[in-house]
Design a protein around this ligand. Structure first.
Ligand code: ZN
Length: 96
């Protein structure tokens, strides 16, 4: 951030809290993660386009006309309250 603060950014779209909770319980992959579902933050966030070629899309990008502006991905930049929650949860779940 320009003011040297840190903000959490994620490129995974949010899902319903109940679906995430159910998925964490039932999915063989999610059930092995340390992350617990959290409520989507009520503070403002920004969806930012990513016009650079993201890893894995290099071959596709090579086929695109060079005169087109292409968005290869997006990420959401969260506010300070949600960032603080993410930092707290990461410290709580840190594995040595
Ligand atoms: Zn759902």
């Amino acid at each position: 951030m320009p003011d040297e603060s840190t903000r959490y950014a994620g490129n995974i779209p949010p899902v319903h809290f109940k679906c995430a909770t159910l998925g964490k319980r039932l999915c063989p992959h999610l059930s092995h993660t340390f992350a617990e579902p959290v409520i989507y933050p009520s503070e403002p966030s920004r969806l930012l386009p990513r016009p650079d070629v993201v890893p894995g899309l290099e071959r596709l990008a090579a086929t695109m006309p060079s005169n087109l502006k292409i968005v290869y991905g997006c990420y959401r930049l969260y506010g300070p309250r949600f960032t603080a929650l993410v930092v707290k949860l990461r410290k709580k779940n840190a594995v040595d």
